[in-house]
Write a protein that binds this ligand. Structure first.
Ligand code: R5P
Length: 307
């Protein structure tokens, strides 16, 4: 491990430190200054000559700042002599902009892919990227790992579920719901959600594929942003007189106020991974990421756990 160092970026301090502890590697601090005009400045006070640098920096809101900081950290590592940089971007911002939905739009994720290539990122790990289409723009090696096992195991051990049904809030997430349901051994189905691409308004069909009366529900989504999708889903499920409702997502992008609004809307619990540090981020990704890193770096990374 002596040639591998971990840099926990400003957006992923805890997760980065957990990864570094699991790898038993040196953790290099990244100093961040934000100027009054909003500019970020990065400083890494270390000699990185011939080091393999693992940078952990999630690009949740403020997405643009976190993204630019990632580019700065990568460039700074090379400038300080790093032989290789592996970027861990647990939440990849802009992956929802993966196509032209309306005339005159642009798939912004393709630009992100080119920017990362341009600064010589060759290996990138992300978690449950929004779509496979988003991945198709990357020429560099992207390892898109799934947190569904970890989330479902959490649900299995921590929720007291009665005759549960796993629900994806839209048909795009149905395979995620299917994988999740296999682990908790339940039925699954997807809600039929329509979004108006101009106004952003969403409508969820109230006619469900299964009778959910008195059955506990686990809604699983890749992300919660405004919370609108979950609120609409709750409405529909309650009208169908379901049992308790648990909400799980990979990336809790909402701020704490919106998370509280959701909690007060009749949920039993809301749980996400720590790709975004929030009060509901109870599922730690460090083991999944450490395993993925070992396949990328080619090093035999022995994980003895950490305290
Ligand atoms: C949509 O395709 C995604 O999977 C999420 O359901 C959506 O992005 C959540 O956004 P919001 O919380 O703003 O409704």
């Amino acid at each position: 491990m002596k040639d591998i160092v971990v840099l926990a970026g400003p957006s992923s301090l805890n997760l980065g430190n957990h990864i570094s502890a699991r790898l038993k590697s040196v953790s290099i601090p990244v100093d961040l200054r934000i100027f009054s005009d909003g500019e970020s400045k990065i400083r890494i006070d270390a000699n990185l000559l011939d080091k393999k640098c693992i940078i952990v920096q999630s690009t949740y809101p403020p997405v643009d700042s976190h993204l630019l900081q990632t580019l700065m950290i990568v460039s700074c590592c090379y400038d300080l002599g790093a032989s290789e940089v592996v970027t861990v971007m647990p939440y990849m911002g802009y992956a929802r902009q993966d196509r032209k939905f309306l005339e005159g739009e642009f798939p912004t994720i393709s630009l992100i892919a080119r920017m990362l290539e341009c600064i010589d990122v060759r290996n990138l790990i992300t978690v449950d990227i929004h779509s496979i289409k988003a991945l198709s723009y990357f020429k560099l090696n992207v390892l898109n790992i799934s947190s569904i096992n970890s989330l479902a195991n959490y649900a299995k051990t921590q929720f007291n579920l009665i005759n549960p049904v796993v629900i994806s809030p839209d048909m795009g997430g149905i395979s995620r719901a299917k994988d999740f349901s296999k682990i908790i051994q339940s039925d699954f189905f997807g809600l039929k959600k329509m979004r108006d691409r101009v106004s952003g308004n969403i409508v969820v069909d109230e006619n469900l594929e299964f009778d959910v009366k008195d059955r506990d529900i686990v809604i699983i989504d890749d992300m919660i942003s405004s919370g609108g999708t979950i609120l609409k889903s709750l409405d529909v499920l309650k009208k169908n007189r379901c049992g308790k409702i648990y909400v799980m997502c990979v990336h809790a992008l909402s701020d704490e106020n919106s998370i509280n609004t959701l909690k007060n809307a009749g949920l039993t619990d809301i749980v996400s991974t720590n790709s975004v540090p929030r009060s509901c981020s109870k599922v730690d990704l460090s083991l999944d990421i450490t395993n993925a890193l070992s396949s990328i770096t080619g090093d035999c990374i022995k994980d003895d756990g950490f305290n």
